[in-house]
Design a binder for this molecule. Sequence first.
Ligand SMILES: Cc1cc2nc3c(=O)[nH]c(=O)nc-3n(C[C@H](O)[C@H](O)[C@H](O)COP(=O)(O)OP(=O)(O)OC[C@H]3O[C@@H](n4cnc5c(N)ncnc54)[C@H](O)[C@@H]3O)c2cc1C
Length: 399
Amino acid sequence: MAKPHHDFLIIGAGIFGLSAAIELRKRKYSVSLLNPGRIPHPLAASTDISKVVRMEYGSDRQYFDMAEESIAGWHEWNALFGEKLYHETGFLLLCREPMEQGRQSFERESFRLLQEKNYRPQRLDAALIQKHFPGVGEGQYVDGFYNPKAGFVESGRVVERLAAYARQLGVDVFEEKTAARLVESAGRITGVETREGDTFSAGQLVVCAGAYSPLLVPELQAVMRATGHPVFHLKPGKPELFVAPQLPVFAADISNSGWYGFPLHPKDKVLKIGNHGPGISLHPELDERIISETDIARLRRFLRETFPSLADDPIVYTRRCLYCDTFDGHFWIDRHPRLGGLTIGTGGSGHGLKMAPVLGRLIANAAEGKDEPWLTRFRWREAAGNAGIEEQARMVTEY
Ligand SMILES: Cc1cc2nc3c(=O)[nH]c(=O)nc-3n(C[C@H](O)[C@H](O)[C@H](O)COP(=O)(O)OP(=O)(O)OC[C@H]3O[C@@H](n4cnc5c(N)ncnc54)[C@H](O)[C@@H]3O)c2cc1C
């Protein structure tokens, strides 16, 4: 069945698709948006109880600036929606060695950039870590810092609010619709056919299907893949040690261990911990997303060292969530080089959610063929001879 024609048709209602739909609608285009199942979709990367918002990207000034602007945007959304979606608990970065040491370059460079931009992160030593963050085990971490200008967002709730806001602005949101095939005519993409038997047509298409995007645009398979990453929710026996400010959002020697986490969640009363590491390659539709005994053993070992009082507390929920991992860890935002009427907005690579307040503008500018400095690194690019993941918080070797 043919559906009404729009200027823009967005595929996928995660944070990339919703922010793009809202921005394009604000630019007075008619916009429609498709998503399978309900929004937020339970398997979407954007759907979760919390995601980290940080300016700390090592020496990477562009991501620092993007995150800085995003934090201002999160405060605006808190005000616009009249709800605390972004919790500015601050960010604690723990180092196993003095920050001057080579393996702590992520923390050292992040600290330097914060100071350069006139923020006042508090440098910590082993004694100060114990004094301010009593849940952290003694003896493991000898250096680090606390930056009050950071925190977490309730990402699933954000998706709910942005979907409602998109509808309010006049975006036609279609749930229970799965794009199956892009319709091409004379070298131009003119719409999609869905698994449900519909045909949607539009002046332009924007594919924001996260880890599923390479299934719709096969040429992306050469430059990105779906990788699965473990998430754990624990029920602490001593919750008082893990509520903010006793425990803010934290990264525990993250570029070498991958481990990061959150304070006790204000609503769900659980403590979420994840690992920002290499992950495992998965097919987004065919492979199971399970957490193994080895994953749990690795978590317990980490807890025993870092949060001893949590070491044997119950795990009440686990999830293996998918990154849409580009070969270099940078987002993928550009028009298709060969097919007209098609723009891609994806490649979050495990760090895209925090940038939601600026993503819509980037994707809309790319779709309109407008340029801006931040888009340069997200343009269509070759994987040949690449240096691998460049996002400096990411642990790139097997743990
Ligand atoms: C474990 C984990 C932890 C993370 N932690 C952080 C963090 O702390 N901070 C941070 O900034 N980022 C974090 N990220 C990254 C962040 O979640 C992602 O970069 C971001 O959510 C990606 O958004 P998206 O819109 O591209 O994809 P998604 O949120 O996955 O949305 C894609 C949407 O497309 C839909 N879709 C799929 N196929 C089709 C189709 N054929 N037709 C129509 N719709 C379709 C899906 O249902 C889904 O709703 C994390 C990611 C994971 C997996």
